[in-house]
Design a protein. Sequence first.
Length: 315
Amino acid sequence: MNVRVNDLWFFKSQSFFLVLVIALISIVAGILNPNFMTKSNMFAIFQQVAVLGIVTMSMVLLLISGLIDLSVGGMIGLSTVIITKLVMNGMSLEFALITGVLVCLLCGFLNGVIVSKTKVVPLIATLGMSYVYYGVALVISGGLFLTLTMDFDFLGRGKILGIPVLMIIFLLVTAGTHILLKFTTYGRRIVAMGGNEEVAFLAGINVDRYKIMNYTLSGGLIALASLVLLSRLGSVLANVGNGYELRALAAAVIGGVTFEGGRGTVLGAFLGVILLGVVANAMNILNVSSYYQTVVLGAIIVSAVVISNIGKIKG
């Protein structure tokens, strides 16, 4: 039976490389500490990266369309602070959650309008908006530690048939993002935008409208990440979302999603998230200093970027 070269695409992809790296790290960590390979620890890894995974999927949608959002951390902080503050002031949990979701959608919409209508570089525009959202969160919270006074732990700590709800949500969001990009007109159009915005415009795609829609959709995913994070923690500060944007970018880039747009896969980004989770968990189990963990994370990101660009260098 002859095997065509195209049938071996996965074994030449960055995703296959990530699978090998994840497997290698898991085997080594499992040998050094048998607790690493237990079922409970595998579930723990998914729980630890679930919020990051959801944020990464929102970043994938933007990066593939040629956009970026550095305000997601501020959005998470603002949304969770508003929800917690409303509940503390006597509002119903349902009203507070809906308000938190709407806040993230509005923030995403504003980001889209600013980027599309002013033609400001997305990185600069969203970086500025991150300070706005963080500042508003500080004003609302007074810089204080806020604790949710109602029971809301199912999303963050619950289980269904023994499987953590966080894990289920992360997998569903990943699958949904893949389906959106691969099998819908919307997905094909934002990929086309990322490949060449001018050509997409000449092909009849309303680029500005899709930018606004994409930022708003990203805001919806950030809202979900905010709810999951709040459910898991139960208490928040205004800076609770700080750093998620950079780690999400790292996971996406590790998975082969490029800043240029139009290139990358959801599978790759998913594996990027898992790799970061496996590395962090393995180093924690092996009692590696947090300082060294930061060095390792940086090295992984740089290595992934170099490997993903080797093809272009040869060309």
